[in-house]
Design a protein around this ligand. Structure first.
Ligand code: PLP
Length: 372
C-alpha cells in the first residue's frame, strides 16, 4: 500500500529522545524551552508556548481571550473536529461559517454572513496548510473588535504575503501530530505576539502556577509556588521537545520536497477532466500538508475504493463538523461549499518517501476512472 502520509523520523530523533531520557529530565524542561524559542522563530512569531496538542492549545487560546458561556465563536465546519470542540470546552457556542471553494478557508464574506452581536472570536483555520488571507481576515477581525485565533495545526512552513503564517498572528495554535509535517508523537504549540500573553499561557498550561516546576527545581533556594487561577496540565515533555528540535531542522526541506511533488501531481493531472487539485492562493504558498483533489462528476467512495484496491491509501477530504453526531443539536445556516468539498474531495498520498513511480501509478488510476 502507498500510505497517505509517513512522518520523517530517523536515527537522529531516536538519539535525541534517548539523550533526554538519559539526562534524567523527562518532564517539561530545558528542551521544551529551546523548542519554544526555535519554533517561534521558524514561524515568524514572537513567543512560543509548548502544549500537549493543538487541541489543548486552542482551548488555552480561548481561555486566554476570556471567551465563555453566552459568547459565540465563528469557526469553519470544514475542519478537523477539534476546532469546533475547543469552543465548547469553554462553554461558548460554535457558529459555523462557510468556506471558499478554492482554498477551503473562511473569507471575510463567509464570516460576516454569520456574525452577530454576540460574536466574540473567530477561529480561522489555515486548512490543510493552505493559508487563509491573513491580511484581509486580521483586518476584518480588528474592524469588528473580534478576537482572531488562528488554527495553524497544519500550517508550519506555509506563507502568506511573503511571511510565515505565524508572523503577525495575535494567537495561533500548531500541531505536532504525525499527520502534520513535523511531529513530536503528540504535541502542540501556541504562538503569540505579546509577552504578557505568553506568560499567562505558560501559567495556564501548568496548573496556574506562578513559577514553573522546571524553574523551581533549578533554583538553589527553596521556592514556594502559588496557584493564581484554576488551570490545566497541558505540558509537553522534554522527550517530545528533543524530537521536535530535530524535526524542526527538517521543516524547510520537507516543504520544498512536498511542493515539488505537489507541482508534479498538478502538472500530470492538468489534462484529466473532473479533477481539480488544490493550489497556492494568489497571496501565499501552502506547505501541502494535505494534497486534496476536488472531484467533478466522479463518485468519491468509488474513487477511494478503486485506489485502495490498487494499493493506494487515499482519504476522504476534510470533514464537516456540522454533519457529525456530536453537532446534531446545532442548526447552521446554509453551508453549500463546505458540503460540496467534504462530499466531493479526496486526499492523495504525499510524503517524503513518495516516488515518481508511485505518483504515476496513482495518477494512472485516476485517469482510468475519469475516462471510464
Ligand atoms: C490536526 C488538527 C487539529 C488537532 O491537532 P492535535 O495536535 O491532534 O490536537 C486541530 N485543527 C486542525 C485544523 C487540525 O488539522
Amino acid at each position: 500500500m502507498i500510505p497517505v502520509m509517513i512522518p520523517d523520523l530517523g536515527e537522529e530523533e531516536a538519539q535525541a529522545a534517548a539523550e533526554a531520557i538519559r539526562s534524567g529530565w523527562v518532564a517539561q524542561g530545558p528542551r521544551v524551552a529551546r523548542f519554544e524559542t526555535e519554533f517561534a522563530a521558524a514561524v515568524g512569531a514572537g513567543h512560543g508556548v509548548a502544549v500537549s496538542s493543538c487541541t489543548t492549545g486552542l482551548h488555552l487560546a480561548l481561555v486566554l481571550l476570556g471567551i465563555g458561556p453566552g459568547d459565540e465563536v465563528i469557526v469553519p465546519s470544514l475542519s478537523f473536529i477539534a476546532t469546533a470542540n475547543a469552543v465548547r470546552y469553554v462553554g461558548a457556542t460554535p457558529v459555523f461559517a462557510d468556506v471558499e471553494l478554492a482554498t477551503g478557508n473562511l473569507s471575510v464574506e463567509t464570516i460576516d454572513a454569520v456574525r452577530t452581536l454576540r460574536t466574540r472570536a473567530i477561529i480561522a483555520v489555515h486548512q490543510g496548510g493552505v493559508p487563509f488571507d491573513t491580511v484581509a481576515l486580521r483586518k476584518a477581525a480588528d474592524d469588528w473588535s473580534v478576537a482572531l485565533v488562528e488554527d495553524a495545526a497544519c500550517a508550519a512552513g506555509s506563507t502568506a504575503y511573503g511571511l510565515p503564517v505565524g508572523a503577525g498572528a495575535g494567537v495561533a495554535a500548531w500541531s505536532f501530530h504525525p499527520r502534520k509535517l513535523i511531529t513530536t508523537g503528540e504535541g502542540g504549540m501556541v504562538t503569540v505576539s505579546s509577552a504578557d500573553d505568553a506568560a499567562r499561557l505558560k501559567r495556564l498550561r501548568e496548573h496556574g502556577m506562578n513559577v514553573s516546576a522546571a524553574d523551581r527545581h533549578q533554583s538553589t533556594q527553596p521556592v514556594l509556588e502559588a496557584y493564581l487561577e484554576t488551570a490545566f496540565n497541558y505540558r509537553m515533555t522534554d522527550i517530545q521537545a528533543a524530537v521536535g528540535l530535530v524535526q524542526l531542522g527538517k521543516l524547510s526541506n520537507l516543504v520544498k520536497q512536498r511542493r515539488a511533488l505537489a507541482a508534479r501531481y498538478q502538472r500530470e493531472m492538468s489534462d484529466i477532466n473532473g479533477l481539480t487539485p488544490v493550489t497556492d492562493p494568489a497571496y501565499g504558498q501552502t506547505n501541502y500538508q494535505s494534497f486534496w483533489v476536488l472531484l467533478n462528476g466522479l463518485d468519491r467512495d468509488e474513487v477511494l475504493a478503486e485506489l485502495a484496491q490498487r494499493g493506494v491509501s487515499a482519504r476522504r477530504g476534510i470533514m464537516a463538523a456540522h454533519l457529525e453526531p456530536a453537532y446534531r443539536d446545532v442548526t447552521p445556516g446554509p453551508l453549500p461549499v463546505t458540503e460540496r468539498i467534504t462530499r466531493d474531495s479526496i486526499i492523495l498520498p504525499l510524503h517524503h518517501r513518495l516516488t515518481e513511480t508511485d505518483q504515476d501509478h496513482i495518477i494512472g488510476v485516476l485517469r482510468e476512472l475519469a475516462t471510464r
